[in-house]
Design a binder for this molecule. Structure first.
Ligand code: 13P
Length: 255
């Protein structure tokens, strides 16, 4: 009942021309795969070109970050309205790399999520524990705080538009994937938390993506878990073949 959503987070990769090239390779192949939502998240500078290239396709467009103010003296930042204007429907918020390298906190995640929703963007809110947190046995505690504080003040209607990405920091870009059981345990925990904070219905409709060294080889076992509803893909989204491999499996499992 929940449609899989496979999103490519390109991070700081690809110029406009490279984006067009990748999109052109994806569009015809994805055209027949209707049972899965496919999203690409290029860097800001390639959004307009990517948007043009996916026109009339079933690929959605997302940005990797945004700021919560409408306009003004915020050098280097980009507003929700600018993202909409560039053709985005989605925006990734609070990716662990932004938390780690650019000082993002649950409070900035909350402000950005609220603004994205108010502006009509669909936020992909990222949560995840570090290796040290996992090893100290505080994974659920950390995820709990990230979810509760990150989504503070978001009402039930808005929550229906939120996507959560569970990305264990130790699995990102490391080649180490969480086992399906490890990932499922946290996804089920997040869904349970949303049920407590909102309702059974909203929890049942929430899409929770897994992220962290996901590739075609481990997609089936991850997506077969009851609470994993897709993937947020880094490295494997940078090449058409590897990204398509994941999308095709998701589509097949939805049949
Ligand atoms: P990798 O797929 O490269 O591990 O990155 C995952 C990620 O951070 C997606 O947002």
């Amino acid at each position: 009942m929940r449609k899989y959503i496979i999103a490519g987070n390109w991070k700081m990769n690809k110029t406009g021309a490279e984006a067009i090239q990748l999109v052109n390779a994806l569009v015809p192949k994805v055209a027949s795969l209707k049972k899965v939502d496919v999203v690409i998240c290029p860097p800001f500078t390639a959004l307009s070109q990517a948007s043009e290239a996916i026109k009339n396709s079933n690929i959605g467009l997302g940005a990797q970050n945004m700021y919560w103010e409408d306009s003004g003296a915020f050098t280097g930042e980009v507003s929700a309205a600018m993202l909409l204007n560039a053709g985005c429907q989605y925006v990734i918020i609070g990716h662990s790399e932004r938390r780690q390298f650019f000082g993002e906190t649950n409070q900035t995640v909350n402000k950005k999520t609220q603004k994205a929703l108010a502006a009509g963007l669909l936020p992909i809110v990222c949560v995840g524990e570090t290796l040290q947190e996992r090893q100290s046995g505080v994974t659920e505690k950390v995820i709990n705080v990230q979810v509760v504080e990150g989504l503070a003040g978001i009402n039930s209607e808005e929550m229906k538009k939120v996507i959560i990405a569970y990305e264990p920091v130790w699995a990102i870009g490391t080649g180490v994937t969480a086992t399906p059981e490890q990932a499922e345990a946290v996804h089920a925990f997040i869904r349970g938390l949303i049920e407590k904070l909102y309702s059974k219905n909203i929890a049942a409709g929430l899409r929770i993506q897994y992220g962290g060294s996901m590739k075609a080889e481990n997609t089936e076992e991850l997506l077969n878990q009851p609470d994993i509803d897709g993937g947020l893909i880094g490295g494997a989204s940078l090449k058409a073949d590897s990204f398509l491999g994941i999308i095709e499996i998701a589509n097949k499992l939805s049949a």
